[in-house]
Write a protein that binds this ligand. Structure first.
Ligand code: ADP
Ligand code: MG
Length: 204
């Protein structure tokens, strides 16, 4: 996978736009089973990355992803900051040690595993991991971008019927059932923004 500076700048802009557009909805989802700040947290994070987009995009891809991860940790805050940060930093590290034709699916699997360790969580706990696992599986299966985006949305929706076992929502016990997880929702939105870009621009 080769992304040039222009691709990276465009992707940062699209992710920021997607979060901006859905900020209120993410806040409402988090109000139902958490403290209501997920939209604002994600907006702060994407705004911070957006402000640095030119410097970030000028870096080689592995360093750029690591930098994005660090900025997200510093700016999102809450539980989601270290988790999204870990994902991006591990992707960057994985790509840095990878071969010329690094297997992105394998690197993503490692990064998702690092997020799970960081959150001490796994499949079915009603978190953003419930989107990351199926997205990784689709990528490993070489699914088309639109299929991956659709899978992410369905996976986020499927968290509605799960009982939260991690994070603030877990304090609610069975009352967490019936609400989509905000982190899963933001993860599906970001996946969609990235997939639509890949569909239109097909970087090789
Ligand atoms: P906070 O819970 O600190 O207010 P946010 O509202 O920004 O942080 O993020 C909440 C989201 O973070 C949840 O919807 C969930 O997807 C994710 N999350 C929280 N705790 C964990 C965890 N231990 N493992 C994985 N994901 C988690
Ligand atoms: Mg919250």
């Amino acid at each position: 996978m080769r992304l040039n500076a222009a691709d990276l700048t465009a992707l940062i802009g699209l992710c920021r736009e997607q979060i901006e557009q859905h900020c209120e909805r993410l806040g409402r989802l988090d109000s139902a089973i958490g403290d209501g700040d997920h939209g604002a947290n994600m907006r702060r994070g994407l705004e911070a990355v957006y402000r640095e987009r030119d410097a970030i995009s000028a870096l080689p891809l592995p360093a750029a992803l690591e930098r994005i991860g660090l900025v997200l940790v510093m700016s999102i805050g809450g539980a989601a900051g270290p988790l999204y940060g870990t994902l991006l930093m591990e992707l960057g590290r994985g790509l840095a040690v990878g071969e010329e034709e690094a297997d992105f699916a394998a690197i993503l699997a490692q990064a998702v595993a690092a997020v799970a360790r960081r959150g001490r969580s796994g499949p079915g706990d009603k978190t953003l991991l419930d989107v990351l696992y199926p997205v990784q599986a689709e990528i490993a299966g070489h699914a088309a971008p639109l299929r991956i985006a659709e899978c992410a949305r369905n996976a986020a929706q499927a968290t509605e019927m799960m009982l939260a076992r991690r994070g603030r929502a877990s304090y609610l016990g069975a009352r967490s059932i019936g609400h989509e997880d905000p982190g899963a929702s933001s993860c599906a939105l970001l996946t969609r923004a990235i997939c639509l870009y890949f569909k239109e621009n097909a970087p090789s």
